[in-house]
Design a protein around this ligand. Structure first.
Ligand SMILES: O=C(O)c1cc(=O)[nH]c(=O)n1[C@@H]1O[C@H](COP(=O)(O)O)[C@@H](O)[C@H]1O
Length: 268
């Protein structure tokens, strides 16, 4: 690995189309698949999805919560699937939404971004609500490891609206400053939900990728995402989990369908 995360992500989006697939092994999905809600069920689900999306999606986003439910046995599955996805050529965005004071944040960054650590991913999701400056160390660690971070800015859930719109400008400005000077797509991204009617903040100076979860189960669609991000479509990585994970035999075809729609609307 010798290129910054943003450069690798842009190349991967060009090669495979702009879609991120979430691996969210929730109890409901394990049951829908006829699997036990157990570490063995979790492992089966996770590796089936990993295999089905390998080579199709630009990025894969395991949701740490559903692995952490099982303590060390679940985390052990995460520890195995992350390197296996990366070896198969996928970019892994670990969805852990971590945010804490700088010294603690350094521990999270080491765990998830420092190459050589057991759960090293290509990028992680981070929360800026302890102040954008609290993420400085994580951004430095990401850079030193050719990794990236996605900072929560305008999340897809309706409860977020009042709190996040009050501080979103600071977050977008912090991200733009962190990417300043990059000629290619920067490695510091934001999370902006695909469910929003409008972003309400300028995104053209951001310089980094926009992870946009909420396709399908939460009501977002590739065409709505294209409208929402009309000036910055090249930087958008829509993300889908539940809508492609309902049936083990259809994961790949559903992912292909979403990917093709994302290509059509974001690249067309
Ligand atoms: O960071 C995320 O991925 C995320 C941000 C956000 O604003 N909304 C959101 O739903 N997510 C994640 O996306 C996944 C849900 O995706 P769906 O199953 O497609 O609705 C979960 O893992 C959420 O934690």
């Amino acid at each position: 690995m010798s290129e910054p995360f943003g450069v690798r992500l842009r190349a991967q989006m060009e090669r495979r189309g702009p879609l991120c697939v979430g691996i969210d092994p929730s109890p409901a999905l394990l049951t829908a698949w006829g699997l036990d809600d157990s570490p063995a069920g979790l492992e089966r689900f996770t590796f089936t999805v990993a295999e089905a999306v390998s080579g199709v999606a630009a990025a894969v986003k395991p949701q740490s919560a559903f692995f952490e439910r099982w303590g060390s046995r679940g985390v052990a599955v995460l520890e195995r699937v992350i390197p296996s996805l990366r070896e198969a050529g996928a970019l892994v965005i670990l969805d852990v939404k971590r945010g804490d004071i700088d010294s603690t944040m350094a521990g999270y960054a080491e765990a998830y971004l420092e190459q050589g650590s057991p759960m090293a991913a290509d990028a992680m999701t981070v929360s800026p609500y302890l102040g954008f400056g609290s993420l400085a160390g994580a951004i430095t660690t990401a850079r030193a490891n050719d990794a990236g971070v996605f900072v929560l800015a305008r999340t897809s859930n309706p409860e977020a609206l009042t709190l996040q719109s009050a501080v979103a400008d600071q977050i977008f400005e912090g991200v733009a400053a962190a990417n300043e000077g990059e000629d290619d797509l920067g490695s510091v991204g934001v999370v902006v939900g695909a469910t929003l009617d409008k972003v309400g903040h300028p995104l053209d100076r951001l310089g980094g990728p926009i992870l946009s979860p909420g396709l399908g189960a939460q009501g977002g669609s590739p065409s709505a995402v294209a409208r929402l991000f009309s000036g910055v479509r090249h930087a958008v990585l829509p993300s889908v989990s539940r809508a492609v994970l309902g049936d083990p035999s259809r994961v790949r075809s559903q992912v292909e369908r979403y990917r093709d729609e994302c290509v059509e609307h974001l690249r067309g």
